[in-house]
Design a protein around this ligand. Structure first.
Ligand SMILES: [Zn+2]
Length: 120
């Protein structure tokens, strides 16, 4: 997976990361602030993932750095799952927020089991 993390620290500190979704590159940027109800969005046709910046993604006032990291990672996984289903041609699943969130939440646990039993 190509991963060219770039951080523009001179001006806006926006993070850009290329995410390879089954051979299709999505550009993730942490510039999302369009809708207060969501932590991010995936633009399927332009291959873009927009996330709230890590410092703003958890809406708890006194969120710890660990909570912010976990919240950012959960949202990033969620948007990747949307893109994954879309690139698989599973557009109905792609639009199923419950399924997408279920996979985004449980995938680390499933992969931990796979890893423990040398199944990856
Ligand atoms: Zn979603």
């Amino acid at each position: 997976m190509k991963n060219n993390n770039k951080t523009n620290t001179e001006t806006t500190k926006i993070v850009h990361t290329d995410v390879d979704i089954m051979g299709t590159i999505y550009e993730m940027t942490d510039d999302y602030c369009k809708n207060d109800d969501y932590g991010g969005e995936t633009r399927l046709f332009t291959k873009e993932i927009h996330l709230r910046p890590k410092d703003e993604i958890v809406e708890v006032k006194d969120a710890t750095p660990i909570e912010k990291e976990l919240g950012f990672n959960q949202t990033f996984r969620h948007e990747i799952v949307h893109a994954f289903f879309f690139e698989c041609g599973m557009t109905e699943y792609c639009m199923d927020e419950t399924l997408v969130e279920f996979l985004a939440s449980t995938a680390p646990k499933l992969f931990a089991i796979f890893k423990k039993h040398n199944l990856l």
